[in-house]
Design a protein around this ligand. Sequence first.
Ligand code: NAD
Ligand code: ZN
Length: 240
Amino acid sequence: MESPLLRVADYQHVVFFTGAGVSAESGVPTYRGRGGIWKHYDYERYASQPAFERNPEEVWRFHNVRRERVAKCLPNAAHRCIAACEAHAEHVSVITQNIDGLHQRAGSNVVHELHGSLWRSRCDDCGYTATEFDAPLRDVRCPHCPAYKRPDIVWFGDALDPAVFEIATQALIRCDLLVSIGTSALVYPAAELPMLARRHGARLVEINPEPTPMSPQFDTCLRTTASAGLDRLLGAFDPS
Ligand code: NAD
Ligand code: ZN
């Protein structure tokens, strides 16, 4: 067996920057790439604020299908390896574009969700927020006012939450190792965040079976799946 390419214990601040590809082996479909869900659905019909204002029940039906699907999925070896790294480096954080909650289910403690969460909802009329793991979520009305709750997800056309963006930025500035996994690097501003780490001197590793527009900026690119790539990089089941 080949020895791992690096030891996570040699780094002080490690950031795992993840996209839909890290959950592909759990059976959660990616957006783009092979099997991407937007090939089958007209996203503007289901995942945007105007769509929600037009027909909140229909938007909730779509998100309930996603909740049911993700609820049946389990964290995979890549999620588990990332969580296990917390025992070996002083500071480990995950910055994810995913909304599936699988990093937390694998045991990661510091997860910054750039695009929100499938499991949270909020009421923009009165400020009510809730975290509920029901799949499907049957009660889609706000309990405090006549409005509908909306999924607390950054939909197409929405801005990122500035507080989450700020805390992710701080982690990127501090990190000395950034491992980007399973992101097509096409969605901005998330796509350019690894470059912030690079400008502050971090080593950059990309794990993705396919090249991305950002690949030339990485020190090391592993053209394989999330779990195989982490195994090659860190020795997935023994990240010490
Ligand atoms: P994307 O769908 O645009 O790209 C997925 C990437 O993963 C591709 O580059 C593909 O080559 C790679 N990939 C496919 N299988 C892989 C595997 N087994 N291991 C490693 N990489 C693999 O995903 P993205 O860049 O995260 O797109 C951004 C948007 O997709 C985000 O807004 C995010 O919220 C959303 N999204 C989230 C989920 C989820 O929560 N799991 C699922 C689908 C989409
Ligand atoms: Zn309300």
